[in-house]
Structure formats: C-alpha cells, structure tokens
Design a protein around this ligand. Structure first.
Ligand code: NOJ
Ligand code: CA
Length: 656
C-alpha cells in the first residue's frame, strides 16, 4: 500500500522563524517552521499582507519526510544587477533582491534533503522548492502542492476560470476572494482591503503543471497544480526545482504593471540569439474571420499562391516586413477541429506552392510567417515537428505562428490539459527545437507566459487571453482595460491589433478607430500583427494606417502613466532604435479626459502626431470619429486628451 506523504510539512522539534528583507526593507518575508508546519508570510511596511501560509507538497508513495528534519544551513546574498533584453518593453531591467536559501535535512534515515530558496524584491516575493539528487530518492510523483497564499477574504480579485474549454480565453471578472468557487488562472491580480495591489503568478515554468489557484476547505487560497490525466500533478527526476511562486506587490494598479520580477527570475539566454528580430506582419487571416475567404481549400480558399503574392505586394506598399499565411497546409477540410488529428504540416494544398511563395517573398524582402494549427493533437504534431520546421527553414521562413485550438490536448494517446506538465513540456520542446532551427514563434492557445522568453528570446509572442478574434459580440471595451493589469503581467500578447473595418457586419468591433492604433502601444507583442486586410489600410484609411506603419515593435523604455483595472490604461514607450516616443491609451465604456505631462521627453522640440477620438466618437454608433493632428511640443508642455466610450488614442512624438 502506498501512503500519501506530506513532504515538507513536518513535525520537527526545531522551530525556526527567519526574516528575509528586501533591499529597501519595505517588503519582508518570514519563513517559519512551527508546530510541525513549514510556512511563510509577507509583510509590506511592517504590515502583514499574506498571513502565515503553508508550504510543501505531497509525494506519491513516499514515507513522510521531515519528522526529524532540521535546518542545516542558510545562506544569504544580495544581488543588484542590470541586464539587457534583446527586445521587449524595456531594454534594461534592474534585478535587485535579497536571497536566502534554507537547506533542510532529515536527521534520521533516509536522510533526505531539500532546499527552500526565497528572493525578496522591493516589489515582490518569490520562492521555490528545490530537491537535489540524492541516493535514496531519485524520482518523485507530485500528488499535490500545498503552497498557500493566505489572504484576507475581502480581498478583491480579477480572475479568469481555469480548466475551461477555451483555456485562457475568457473575460475577466471582478469579485471578492470569498466568492471564489472554482480554480482560477494566474496571474491573479488582487487588491487587499488595506489597498495593496498584488498579483500572484509563477516564473520559469518547466516540466511541471501550471499553477492555478483555488480556495481550499479552510477557505485559504491554495495552489492547484494542473493535474495530468492519471490524477497526479507531475512526475519528475531529481534534481528538480519547482517554478518560482511569485507575489508581485505595488501601491497602485498602474505601478503593478511595471513589475519585471518574472523576467528577473528566469535565466539569461542559453546560446546565441543574435538572429532574433521582432516583426510586424499582415496576414491571410482576417478575411477568413469575416467570411470572405476560407482556411479550407475550395472556391474561396485564402491561402493560394495568387493571394499570397498579392499580399506580399501589399506588404511592400504598406512598408510591413512580414506576412502570415494560414490554411496553406493539408488538413483544413470539413470540420477542422475534428479532423485536426490528421493535419499535415509538411504538405501544402494543390493551389498553394510553398517554394514559389517563399521565392517571391524573398525577392521582395518580405518575411513569411508560417502556420501550424495543431488542434491540440500533439502526437500528430510531434511526429512531424522536425520535418515541418526543416521545410520552413529550407524555404527561408524564420517565423512560425502555432495554434492549439480545442479544449484538451491529445498526448501519448490521452487527453491532457494544455497547461498540464505534458502540455508545458510540449510547448517547451517546440521553443527549443525552433531555437535550434533559428525559428521565432508566436504561440496561440499557448501555455501562459512565465518569462521563459528571457532564456529563449525566439519565443517572440503568445496569445493566451481573449483576443480580437472574439470581436463581433464577445468582447466589451473593458476587456483591453483589464489586460495590462492581469494577463500582460505574464508578458507580451498577440492581440491581433489594427482592425480598422470596424462596422463589418460579420465581425463588428467594440472599439473606435483611434483605439485600434492604441493597442499597438497598450498591448505589447514582439510579433505585432496588423490584422486587417491590406486593402482596408491602403484604400480606406491610408492616413490612419500611417501610425501602424510607424509604430516600433521593440522599446527602450516603458513608462506606465495612469490607469485603473478594467477602467483605463495610459502608457508611454520610447522606441529602441530612435528617440521617438509613442503614447497609447484605452478606456472602458466610459468617456474620459486625461492630462499627460510630457516631462519624460528630452529638451528640445518634438513633432507630435496625434490620433484621438473625436468628441462625438462612440464605440457603438460613431466608431470612425477620429481626429488627426500634428503639433509642436516640448517637455514643458502637457496634453489634454479625450477618450470616447470604448475609445483610445495613439501618439507619436519625434524630436525635430
Ligand atoms: C485560433 C487562433 O487564435 C487564430 O489566430 C487562428 O487563426 C485560429 N485558431 C485557427 O488556427
Ligand atoms: Ca485563440
């Protein structure tokens, strides 16, 4: 008979109570072993924000660990370093924390050991479990992780549900923690009754189930690691370390959006990634969503050689570097969700000549973005993965968008969650193999971001939230006002921005025109899609389109300026490769006037190009109301801007 053991919640006589303080002392984490339980708590300005919370996990088939456990050593170090990212929202990231590592051992047979590592930042706390290789303990099966986040139940939470068929693609809901019924995904953003803003997330998720959160029977928020189909949470060999459990801490919602702890907790790149480049691209894509073309072959097939060449010509005229082509491969016929099990990633439909399209793209200096829709049939995909990447690489295709539609994955013949250990390992395999082939990825229906793009910068973007494909009824203007404070704390997102055909009868957008431009600033993506059909840009809105052409895909610096969760978000970003600044803002259903001081600019005069909502614009009945204006400003000026209901603005500032 197997016994269920609580690995790290033990009953040793030795009591410990240790405090790890952040560099400026405002954040403290207390690590305690008391009355047989291992726990931590978090203080901000000497006030408790996370009450004593259990640590540990249950291991399948192991005898209880730690009945005679002892702290054998502890080690503290202080790190203050700045690292450079090859692309992203900020070029330089300061990594400043106090780390204390607690080494714990059993004092009797089988003398197992483990390590708890804490990192305390001025704006967050992170910790992870590390189990070294040891003679009597070489593989473990995690039955449950016991980590708790013991918060006041009157804390407000902004959440999306876990274990649902559409993965992370849900609308955010605000509720009190005590109202939480089901498991929710991270980042889980919270506001405590004392007014602290927190977000619970994880960093460096490898070879383990993704952490979701739920209230346990004692009404304490607890980790709920996504299970495998065998009911366990993970099977691992030692040495093993869990992902970092991360609690971001801020005094305001807008300050939360500057938190870069997740990236700090990931390793620097392994290997040479100097070939990685961010990309702006159009696509044989929205035409399928609005019913003009189809993914499947037939009369209205989108991915034909002819259409691809036309779009390549458009990309050249539009000054856009890339083109995504979806539906080029065999397998989209009939019910593509059902039939996806047979998708071919190595053969194209008869009306699409991959070599010829690749040749034409190269001739015109346009980067193709390949596409693999796996429909979650991982066995089928992995059987073809290497060859499929090789075909792209051989045709000079360096960017691939992948997709995992479907409510579950099929892995080793079993149905598994996308965010289970097996799902996590599959996504990782694609990222690492792509890196070897010098391919950059934009993953739709991905595993959530945990900062691994710091280590694998070829992972340029993800979807992983409800994007504009849900327009036409399922998106409200508040959605994009939740994202910066929730999903985007997990990294960039391919929201498929820039759809200007707002009143399309099949997919009516819930935005104004200016807001579609704002998204290029408020929702960062290393692979930024200008998602509408090219004729919309070229023929209907050439002047508005100018902003889409100008906006960069990599920034030197990001300055979130103002906002409230689900209400509005205003941000300024400096281009990585020029002295231009870009400003973007979005609001929910409410109109808003905002005042922006420009003191972040350098001395001297700037030309400001403004794309703002007209005073009579409205996402419901006057979507196209936009004002285009050009004026001169300096750092002593300020801007007074109007955001219409469901509206926004975009601004480019260029030194003269
Ligand atoms: C869902 C993705 O989000 C979308 O971008 C893609 O076009 C479809 N799946 C089909 O692969
Ligand atoms: Ca999607």
């Amino acid at each position: 008979m197997f016994k269920w053991a609580k690995l790290f919640g033990w009953f040793g006589k030795d009591e410990i109570d240790k405090t790890v303080s952040s560099p400026n002392g405002r954040v403290k984490c207390r690590f305690a072993m008391k009355s047989g339980e291992l726990s931590y708590s978090v203080l901000r300005d000497e006030k408790i924000i996370i009450k004593p919370s259990k640590l540990g996990f249950s291991i399948y088939g192991e005898t209880p660990f730690g009945k005679k456990a002892k702290l054998i050593r502890e080690q503290t170090k202080k790190i203050d370093e700045t690292f450079e990212l090859p692309w992203g929202e900020d070029r330089f990231i300061r990594n400043n924390y106090t780390e204390t590592t607690f080494y714990i051992s059993e004092t009797a047979e089988p003398n197992r050991i483990m390590t708890m590592r804490f990192r305390v930042f001025d704006n967050g706390v992170a910790f992870r479990y590390e189990i070294p290789a040891q003679p009597k303990f070489s593989r473990i099966t995690v039955q449950d992780e016991l980590t708790e986040f013991n918060l006041d139940l009157n804390t407000v939470a902004w959440k999306i549900p876990a274990y649902q068929p559409d993965r992370y693609e849900y609308n955010y809901e605000k509720s009190y923690l005590h109202e939480l019924v089901h498991s929710v995904h991270t980042p889980l953003t919270l506001r405590t009754p004392a007014g602290n803003y927190l977000s619970i997330h994880e960093a460096a998720l490898y070879n383990y189930g993704s952490m979701t959160l739920k209230l346990n029977e004692k009404r304490i928020l607890k980790s709920d690691i996504t299970p495998l189909s065998d009911g366990t949470r993970a099977h691992v060999s030692l040495p093993f370390q869990t992902p970092w459990r991360l609690i971001m801490i801020a005094d305001s919602a807008i300050e939360l959006t500057t938190n870069r702890n997740m990236l700090c907790l990931n390793d620097p790149p392994r290997g040479d990634f100097s070939w990685v480049k961010t990309l702006k691209f159009i696509g044989i894509w929205w035409a399928m969503f609005v019913g003009e073309w189809t993914w499947a072959p037939g009369e209205r097939h989108g991915a034909t050689t002819e259409h691809a060449k036309q779009y390549i010509d458009s990309a050249v005229r539009l000054g856009i570097s890339g083109l995504l082509i979806e539906g080029w491969n065999d397998g989209w016929e009939g019910d593509w969700l059902e039939n996806g099990v047979n998708n071919k990633f190595t053969t194209s439909t008869p009306d699409f000549d991959l070599e010829e399209v690749a040749r034409y793209a190269k001739l015109h200096n346009v980067e193709l973005v390949g596409h693999h829709e796996t429909v979650g049939f991982i066995d089928n995909y992995e059987n073809q993965l290497e060859e499929a990447y090789n075909i792209y690489a051989a045709n000079g295709i360096h960017y691939v968008k992948t997709g995992y539609a479907g409510s579950m994955m099929t892995i080793n013949g079993r149905r598994e969650y996308h965010h289970s250990q097996l799902g996590v390992n599959h996504y990782q395999k694609t990222v690492e193999l792509a890196a070897k082939k010098r391919i950059m990825l934009d993953i739709h229906e991905p595993i959530k971001g945990t900062g691994i793009e710091r280590t694998f910068p070829n992972l340029l973007s993800r979807e992983g939230a409800r994007g504009q494909e849900y327009e036409g009824g399922a998106l409200s203007p508040s959605h994009a006002c939740f994202l910066p404070y929730t999903r985007l704390l997990a990294g960039g997102m391919d929201y498929t921005n820039g759809i200007l055909d707002l009143s399309n009868s099949v997919k009516r957008m819930s935005t104004t025109l200016a807001r579609q431009l704002a998204y290029f600033i408020t929702i960062y993506s290393g692979m930024a899609m200008a998602a509408d059909r090219p004729f919309i840009y070229e023929e209907r809105f050439p002047n508005v389109y100018k902003f889409i052409r100008d906006v960069p895909t990599s920034f030197e610096k990001t300055l979130p300026l103002a906002g409230e969760i689900g209400e509005y978000y205003i941000v300024a970003r400096k281009d990585r490769y020029s002295n231009d600044w870009y400003l973007g803002g979005v609001t929910n259903e409410d109109a808003r006037r905002i005042h922006i001081g420009l003191d972040f600019l350098n001395d001297g005069s700037y030309i400001a190009e403004l794309y703002t909502d007209s005073e009579d614009a409205h996402y419901r009945d006057n979507q196209f109301g936009i004002r285009l204006e050009r004026r001169h400003v300096t750092r002593n000026d300020s801007l007074d801007l109007y955001l219409a209901p469901g509206g926004g603005f975009a601004i480019r500032l260029m030194p003269q």
